[in-house]
Design a protein around this ligand. Structure first.
Ligand code: BGC
Length: 380
């Protein structure tokens, strides 16, 4: 006699597998929605998990547009989550260093928390004394965004936010749209657009903290980094660019050939001392508009490779120098100093006060448009 329980189990197993995997044995691409938590005022926050048919998975919350997890295989095909973060909303609501968040209205620092535009001085919150960092005390990373799913072969999530005139000191109502999507070649694509009704400044980025060995899996000092930049913007002791574009030749900032992050991170060098390691903007070598390769990072142990392509003129390499093990992240894991690196594509820090830097001004009638791809693969 046929085993009824066995047949039932088999059918159940097929149904489960069938919902996650397509006819050719490949995972189905798509979007899954789940509850992530509630804001203090009761507003529900959701988590949107995008999956492509290669099995890459990225989860994004509509609080801060936070990239909560990026799951990609290692050389052996074993999946691992390569970004630092928390299991639930509470972690992100507590004091933490912008894990995975969308940063705006102005990514990185504006010197002395002020800038002049059209002859008017605008004062900003000095939340990184004496400077303003990452859009102020309540930047875009702490806002609830409106989410719309974009179904189709490249699953995506559209997030919009209206930053009102005067918010955190910045002029103009700024309509911001960010679209996250997954490509079939395992890139997380981030497309930023913004429009304003008054002259303003804009510099949007994403603040994911990567560890290609898997979050919570040691430091990133052996990760090999290539940055496509002949020059960087040296900083003063408060991490504000001096205005110089300095050649990387013969400095710890020469990453034109792949170099382990740890090799020169504590070099006897004033710039390294100011940053307590790497916390610097690189001037990307560009040959024209469009996406171009900015950086490539390889973890020799797991074999995971991250390539960053962007339309932006700069990239901030930050090596988690201010992480100190006091934060407990996913699964209660501790994140010690230099247990992650950030590659924040951007316009140069303090551009509103540096007329020689590429402009960050946005005027009514114009559209701010930037795109960045974080593409994952493995090395042999
Ligand atoms: C900055 C660092 C800062 C970190 C976290 C980076 O973009 O350059 O100085 O500590 O963000 O806020």
């Amino acid at each position: 006699m046929r085993c009824l329980t066995c047949t039932y189990s088999l059918l159940l197993a097929l149904a489960v597998v069938g919902s996650a995997w397509g006819a050719e044995g490949k995972p189905n691409s798509g979007i899954k929605r789940s509850t992530f938590g509630k804001m203090a005022d009761g507003k529900p926050i959701e988590l949107f998990t995008l999956t492509n048919s290669q099995g890459m998975r990225v989860a994004i919350a509509n609080y801060g547009g936070v990239v909560v997890s990026i799951v990609v295989p290692d050389r052996e095909g074993k999946p691992g989550d390569v970004v630092l973060g928390f299991d639930n909303l509470e972690g992100y609501l507590a004091k933490q260093p912008y894990f995975g968040a969308l940063i705006g209205r102005y990514g990185n620092r504006i010197g002395n928390a002020r800038f002049k535009l059209d002859g008017v001085e605008y004062k900003l919150p000095a939340n990184n004394s004496p400077n303003s960092l990452h859009g102020g005390t309540q930047g875009f990373d702490k806002r609830v965004w409106t989410a719309h799913e974009i179904p189709g072969p490249h699953p995506g999530l559209q997030l919009t936010y209206l930053s009102p005139d005067g918010e955190e000191g910045y002029p103009g109502n700024l309509h911001v749209k960010v679209v996250y999507s997954l490509t079939e070649d395992n890139a997380l694509r981030i497309e930023y657009t913004a429009t304003t009704d008054k002259d303003t400044v804009v510099n949007l980025t994403n603040h994911s903290y990567f560890n290609l060995a898997g979050e919570g899996n040691g430091d990133i000092l052996k990760h090999e980094v290539m940055i496509n930049a002949d020059r960087f913007t040296p900083i003063d002791s408060t991490l504000i660019p001096t205005g110089e574009l300095r050649k990387v030749d013969g400095t710890p900032f020469d990453f034109r050939k792949p170099t382990p992050l740890g090799t020169r991170i504590d070099a006897d060098n004033e710039q390294i001392k100011f940053g307590k390691g790497y916390d610097h903007n690189f001037v990307l070598n560009r040959t024209g508009p469009g996406l171009s390769l900015a950086a490539r990072v390889t973890d020799p142990v797991s074999g995971r490779v991250l390539e960053v392509f962007t339309t932006q003129p700069g990239i901030q390499l930050y090596t988690g120098n201010f992480l100190d093990g006091s934060i407990r992240g996913k699964g209660g894991k501790v994140y010690p100093r230099r247990s992650a690196f950030c590659l924040e594509t951007q316009h140069f820090p303090d551009s509103p006060n540096k007329p020689s830097f590429p402009s960050t001004e946005l005027k009514p009638g114009e559209t701010y448009r930037e795109t960045t791809d974080y593409r994952f693969s493995v090395s042999k």
